[in-house]
Design a protein around this ligand. Sequence first.
Ligand code: CTP
Ligand code: C5P
Length: 340
Amino acid sequence: MTDKRKPVRVWCDGCYDMVHFGHANSLRQAKALGDYLVVGVHTDEEITKHKGPPVFTEQERYKMVRGIKWVDQVVEGAPYVTTLETLNKYDCDFCVHGDDITMTADGIDTYHLVKAAGRYKEVQRTAGVSTTDLVGRMLLMTRGHFKQGDSEYSIDREPSANMGQDRSARSPWTGCSKFLPTTQKIIQFSDGKSAQPSDKIVYVAGAFDLFHVGHLDFLEVAKKEGDYLIVGLHTDPAVNRYKFGNHPIMNLHERVLSVLACKYVNEVVIGAPYEVTKDLMEHFNVSIVCHGQTSIMPCENGADPYAEPKRQNKFKLLNSGNDMTTEKIVERIILHRSQE
Ligand code: CTP
Ligand code: C5P
């Protein structure tokens, strides 16, 4: 018997500035409450009016939300206060938001209309991550934060005490990262599909720190090289070795969820070796290894990390046409602060 039930259409809206896995997790939960997820994203003008200018432009923010795998449709320039007209226009049954209050510049709950009409549902906000907290990490981390030779998960506690600004996000256990990763979260974010024997497997590796539009555009072109995309994520000490200073800003667990939320990604290697070895390529049956336009840092012993795929004629440099980097985001934030 075919299912004649009318599909449940769910509405979410927000700024989605500096999209992180907390946003992705709220969209995942919202999608699970229905069948089709419509996400309204506010314009730069509207956000500036109510809470100050966003770091990312509306075009970048629309693209990032479209890149999240639970999103079916993005509505550009959605109003800050969610109205019943908006829900009706997109044929949405109800609106979903995290369990925090969002106010307009005049102190009005942006969901008061949909709440009064009984067309509002709440999902649990992801503890331990917020844009404010990430900005805090970027601005306040000292250069010595990740020390060379530290073990994978050890975190320097002294500077971390000054780091995040989101008090609800603090944890005495995880230092600078206040997010507590669980296997359950990884399962929820994973698409659970294994590669088919006939699939052409694409492998890319990197830091993917503060997952941004540059990464998204790169993964989109990488996915087009085959059928199944595997992303290898380097460990925190490995990233710190080649990116220096404060990097990575998000730890390995956080980076795993950010990358898994991307619709082009099928699988993630949690703590991939820096060098793409013969073993790794055989293990995952890799057909092609890709890298974007950023420079390729040598391995600790000076070797080219892509020597093996190059030898096998399975290496390709890709150009997504997007030159965004994590460093540029930090520069934007510093510029922002100086203009406040
Ligand atoms: N959200 C969440 N968990 C977080 C951060 C955000 O569930 N850690 C949810 C919000 O509750 C909302 C949606 O993501 O339903 C979009 O929120 P948005 O307006 O973009 O962001 P903020 O709530 O301001 O979050 P942040 O401070 O991280 O930007
Ligand atoms: O710098 P990171 O290790 O996070 O980059 C991961 C991958 O994304 C690399 O292959 C890099 O070249 C690519 N990338 C890109 N365009 C950007 C940023 C990253 O192609 N703007």
